[in-house]
Ligand binder design. Structure first.
Ligand SMILES: NC(=O)c1ccc[n+]([C@@H]2O[C@H](COP(=O)([O-])OP(=O)(O)OC[C@H]3O[C@@H](n4cnc5c(N)ncnc54)[C@H](OP(=O)(O)O)[C@@H]3O)[C@@H](O)[C@H]2O)c1
Length: 311
């Protein structure tokens, strides 16, 4: 199999490359050569800016293209037009943010956003891929993706926090749902999948309390968890989404961690044990020495103030 990866050098694409190589595929990357240049010196990289010019791919043929990081409909339309005759299958990494209603567990047939938000633009990209490739397209609507090389700092925070010790602010209620997919499991599925159409690419939901217990165990910590309700956090002025890692806190997104992933699982998506993901992220995080800019997503002083303010 000769696979073309649009992107490939940041997070999702990187996991796709690793999975493709593990599957024995021949891999060609297409990117601008700006993000982590030299990351895969053994691979052919075709240089180009997909938003303006894909002519460097003219005349090439591939079995499969995986479009890791398409966000703008006009840009994705350009790729679809350029690759229509050049590839057998088009896999598009989309997002569960496409769903218009995030207060009931999203399923694939639900209404999608039509606005200019991130989700609305992803939905427009999906329509372009489906119009161009029909049943030769796979749309992978991903939920929260985690794993080594995650640039967002949402997940690695937790084992690091438990390692530091002392009372740990835990957001919401222990029974609140958490949901994530190891990016390496997504990569393996995208490379292998023969399914077509729209699939939610998500892991199983689990209680937040269970996830934090795994993080604490992996950190080898006995730091106590101090739960603070979403209402208390909001009343204390904590910003939804960004205030505490992995906490959403926005009532309009109350079902965002309850996405139905049965279709993808029925079509081969496999998820590794949570403890493996948490352990590997912690190992990666320790090796890099914590956040690259040195800034904790929830700094210790802010956490302490918040614990006092909400007690
Ligand atoms: N993280 C999550 O929890 C989450 C959840 C749901 C969905 N998603 C989706 O996951 C994907 C994340 O992508 P990623 O950044 O990790 O993918 P990636 O493929 O690892 O990295 C982005 C790649 O795109 C290339 N690129 C950027 N602009 C380009 C341009 N104009 N022309 C050609 N190449 C360009 C970059 O290389 P150069 O800079 O060298 O060009 C880089 O290789 C997105 O599709 C996002 O919507 C993420």
């Amino acid at each position: 199999m000769h696979l073309l990866i649009l992107g490939g050098t940041r997070f999702v694409g990187r996991a796709v490359v690793d999975a493709a190589l593990a599957a024995g595929a021949e891999v060609t990357l297409f990117n601008r050569g700006l993000t982590a240049p030299g990351l895969f010196p053994q691979l052919e990289t075709v240089l180009g800016d997909r938003s303006t010019d894909l002519s460097a791919l003219a005349g090439r043929r591939f079995d499969l293209v995986i479009d890791c990081a398409g966000y703008e409909p006009a840009v994705v339309a350009r790729s679809v037009a350029a690759l229509g005759e050049a590839v057998d299958r088009y896999v598009f990494v989309s997002s569960v943010s496409v769903y218009a209603d995030q207060t009931t567990a999203p399923v694939e047939g639900a209404v999608v956003r039509e606005d200019d938000s991130y989700g609305g633009r992803k939905a427009a990209c999906e329509r372009i891929v489906l119009a161009g490739f029909g049943d030769r397209a796979l749309i992978a609507r991903s939920g929260l993706l985690v794993g080594p090389h995650d640039p967002t700092e949402r997940f690695a925070y937790w084992t690091r926090r438990f390692t530091r010790g002392g009372p740990v602010l835990a957001p919401g209620h222990p029974a609140d749902p958490a949901q994530f997919l190891d990016v390496r499991d997504l990569g393996a599925w995208l490379v292998d999948a023969t399914a077509s159409g729209i699939h939610n690419a998500v892991g199983l939901s689990l209680p937040m309390g269970e996830l934090l217990d795994v993080c604490r165990t992996v950190a080898g910590s006995n730091a106590p968890l101090v739960w603070r309700s979403t209402a208390d956090l909001l009343a204390a002025g904590v910003a939804p989404w960004m205030g505490v890692p992995l906490w959403i806190g926005d009532p309009a997104w109350s079902a965002a961690n309850l996405v139905d992933g049965r279709r993808a699982r029925a079509h081969g998506l496999r998820t590794r044990p949570i403890v493996q993901t948490v352990t590997d992220v912690a190992t990666w995080d320790a090796a890099r020495g914590g956040p690259l800019d040195g800034r904790e997503p929830l700094p210790a002083d802010d956490e302490r103030r918040l614990l006092l303010a909400t007690s």
